[in-house]
Design a protein around this ligand. Structure first.
Ligand SMILES: [Zn+2]
Length: 256
């Protein structure tokens, strides 16, 4: 059965990844996510069913539009593959359980935030607010699973995230935006208290490392801001999976 479900979750992930591509294209532009149907951005031809099969159609068409042969952005393939792999790994991590359902939802939202902030340097209210509402509801309905930490605990984590990032934004004077503050609030709702600190710690460390490497390679100048949202997303994902062991390991240093 494991193999069967592994295939099911991989395919489900690739199909949803295809939908996330549509969201990542249309939400920042304020376009409807339902109409018009998927079409080639270059020639405008409406895509038919064989053009829409995730991963397979991209590879079969060698990354080009069937009709006008314009290049299809590689991100389409990357997101479909990444979502498929993410769903597979989450299934292997959680097994068939309520936690798996919650994890699939959280990771999907975090991935979407990751893509849009990476491409547009935007963390959209239209994603953050409904996500926060969904997490609040989940915390209320399933307060005590391996992945949730209770309603009040979520509020405490959210408040801590908001406050900490508000201070950072004030201190950094434009290095970070209000989108990052709202994102930190969402992280806290998800990770609870003190889990929020693990998420932020991982985001700061990974963000600092990557920023250092990019500066060394001189791919960007110091004036070119590197969006922080993708690291907040990754830090949240890692903290969902390994927050407790990381906290135990860290506190172990101080003999707790
Ligand atoms: Zn075309």
């Amino acid at each position: 059965m494991t193999l069967y479900w592994a295939v099911v979750f991989t395919l489900l992930g690739m199909a949803l990844g295809s939908f996330f591509n549509v969201l990542a294209d249309r939400l920042p532009a304020g376009k409807s996510i339902i109409r018009p149907a998927s079409h080639c951005p270059a020639c405008g031809v409406k895509l038919s069913v064989p053009d829409l099969v995730p991963v397979v159609s991209y590879l079969a068409l060698k990354g080009r539009c069937r009709y006008c042969h314009a290049a299809i952005p590689r991100r389409m393939l990357m997101v479909e593959l990444a979502t498929g792999i993410m769903f597979l790994l989450l299934y292997l991590f959680y097994g068939l359980s309520p936690e798996l359902g919650i994890a699939l939802l959280y990771f999907s939202l975090l991935l979407l935030i990751f893509i849009i902030d990476l491409e547009q340097q935007l963390i959209l209210n239209v994603i953050i607010y409904p996500s926060a509402l969904a997490v609040l509801l989940i915390n209320l309905i399933w307060p005590d699973t391996g992945i949730t930490h209770g309603f009040l605990n979520g509020l405490a984590g959210g408040g801590a995230g908001l406050l900490l990032f508000l201070l950072i934004v004030i201190a950094s004077r434009g290095g970070m935006g209000l989108g990052d503050v709202k994102m930190a609030g969402l992280m806290g709702l998800i990770l609870g208290f003190p889990g929020i600190f693990v998420g932020i710690f991982l985001a700061v460390v990974s963000g600092g490392l990557v920023a250092g490497i990019i500066l060394m390679l001189k791919r960007k100048s110091k004036r070119d801001p590197i969006p922080f949202g993708p690291f907040l997303s990754l830090g949240t994902m890692a903290a969902i999976l390994w927050g407790q062991p990381i906290m135990d390991w860290y506190l172990g240093f101080f003999g707790f």
